[in-house]
Design a binder for this molecule. Structure first.
Ligand code: FAD
Length: 435
């Protein structure tokens, strides 16, 4: 049995927190070479765009790697609002304030936070233009801008429509809007979730959301129905989700795959109607999770390809399109790695180590990255998927036999233990990134 498999099995048997710590250790130590002096020149400057899970993690890891690097984090919001666990907020199990974090600790680490939006990047000229008119020169730039939505990809679904049919796929006002709509809905109403085709932020997220909305309806509005219209035929942790739905929410939650007419071809916000090739569904509450792409600054920087996402070198996360710019988190094309906060944090540490090594004139060594995604099917019912990834053939590839999903025949106490571990994971990662 190889070391990765042993590591994963130890974690599933005993404590996934151990796995999380191992993951952090594995990624944090990757590729760091001893630092030579920078000589008489000015200290190197790294600019990071986006203060979310990827960007804030990378900023702090860089300062830890070498405090001589001048790190500037560009982020317009004073408070970061986290998406993991926002599905709990939607159904009233948690308040939005529990999702919110300031940048006080980031600043205390000696990182300059520029409270503005980056509007343009001059890759060859090595500078970033800011919305406030300022310019930031850099030796290396890291982009972690998360996602943007492909407004109009579903005809009728533009930004204005999201005020009526919320996506709630960036946490904040949209999360609260969907919550209020569910609360205001009469018992007996139809709730519809539209799930996008791959790739998109948080592959298990729509199905965790469906589960928790079903939990809410079962308790508060039992004559209601939940329909999940899906633009694909398969999804993350599908067997586990479907077995749990059959057990917990029979007759309440219906999943309609692509091949059975799940693809939403247009919407009408005025009547909250979702149209598919097979019919029309008028919803009391419609949650449309639209197709996505890398945050728009990626396109402006020239690092997004025709897919809308950013091809990267899997060792350094340097763009394959523009040298000197690294892309991490949801915006990157990270091969087999899913778009998750855990993955963004793993990538951030690998990227920080590589950037520090490159700035010191060294050669980054090949990393090993880890991801675990927990999902709640009910507040005391958790399931998870985990994986280990290494560079292979210019991409990040799964290490065979190194990951896996929760056992399909686990007893309820095991599911409850996974729900507890999910909460522990969220505390650990937000503590590490923002605490
Ligand atoms: C409902 C839901 C549930 C989820 N649950 C989980 C989970 O359980 N576990 C998990 O691991 N992941 C989960 N995720 C996924 C996770 O939230 C994302 O994968 C993660 O946030 C990606 O990190 P990021 O750094 O790429 O982007 P983000 O965390 O979104 O950060 C991007 C930041 O960039 C800033 N920004 C964007 N453009 C600019 C610009 N031009 N200038 C300056 N700043 C800019 C934004 O303001 C933002 O702060 C979930 C997502 C959703 C929607």
């Amino acid at each position: 049995m190889n070391a990765d498999r042993r590591m994963f099995l130890a974690a599933t048997k005993a404590d996934r927190r151990t796995f999380l710590k191992l993951g952090i250790a594995a990624t944090a130590s990757a590729a760091l070479a001893p630092f030579p002096a920078y000589g008489q020149g000015a200290n190197p400057r790294v600019v990071i765009i986006g203060g979310g899970f990827g960007g804030a993690s990378c900023a702090r890891a860089l300062r830890q790697a070498d405090p001589r690097i001048a790190v500037t984090l560009v982020e317009p919001n004073a408070t970061f609002t986290a998406c993991p666990f926002s599905n709990e907020v939607i159904v009233g199990l948690r308040e939005l304030s529990a999702q919110q974090f300031t940048y006080d600790r980031v600043v205390a680490d000696g990182i300059t936070v520029a409270r503005t939006t980056a509007t343009a990047v001059d890759g060859p000229g090595r500078s970033v233009t800011l919305a406030d008119g300022g310019r930031l020169p850099f030796d290396r730039l890291v982009l972690s801008p998360g996602i943007d939505f492909r407004w109009g990809a579903i005809p009728g679904y533009d930004e204005a429509a999201s005020a009526v049919m919320p996506h709630a796929w960036r946490a904040g006002d949209q999360t609260l809007l969907l919550r209020r709509q569910l609360e205001a809905m009469p018992d007996g109403g139809l709730v519809v979730i539209s799930a996008p085709a791959n790739p998109f932020r948080c592959p298990p997220g729509p199905y965790e959301r469906a589960s928790l909305i079903a939990y809410y309806l079962k308790a508060k509005k039992p004559h209601s129905k939940l329909l999940v219209l899906d633009a694909k035929d398969a999804f993350s942790k599908q067997r586990l989700f479907q077995a749990a739905w059959a057990e917990l929410y029979p007759g309440l939650l219906e999943w309609v795959p692509l091949s059975k007419g799940g693809n939403v071809t247009s919407v009408d916000p005025a009547t909250k109607t979702l149209v598919t090739d097979f019919g029309r569904h008028q919803a009391a509450v419609a949650n449309v999770i639209p197709p996505q792409k890398a945050g728009r600054i990626a396109e402006a920087a020239g690092v997004a390809d025709r897919s809308g996402w950013c091809p990267i070198d899997p060792v350094t996360f340097e763009s394959k399109l523009v040298p000197g710019i690294h892309v991490i988190g949801d915006a990157a094309i990270a091969g087999a790695m899913p778009k998750s906060a855990f993955a963004a944090n793993s990538q951030a540490k690998t990227c920080a180590a590589a950037v520090a090594t490159l700035l010191a004139g060294g050669t980054p060594s090949s990393p090993k990255l880890i991801n675990t995604c927990y999902s709640l099917v009910a507040p005391d019912y958790g399931i998870s998927v985990a994986g280990v990834y290494v560079p292979s053939g210019g991409q990040l590839a799964d290490v065979p036999n190194s990951g896996g999903v929760s056992p399909s025949d686990a007893p309820r106490p095991t599911r409850a233990a996974e729900a507890t571990l999910a909460a522990a994971w969220f505390r650990t990662i937000t503590g590490e990134v923002f605490g």
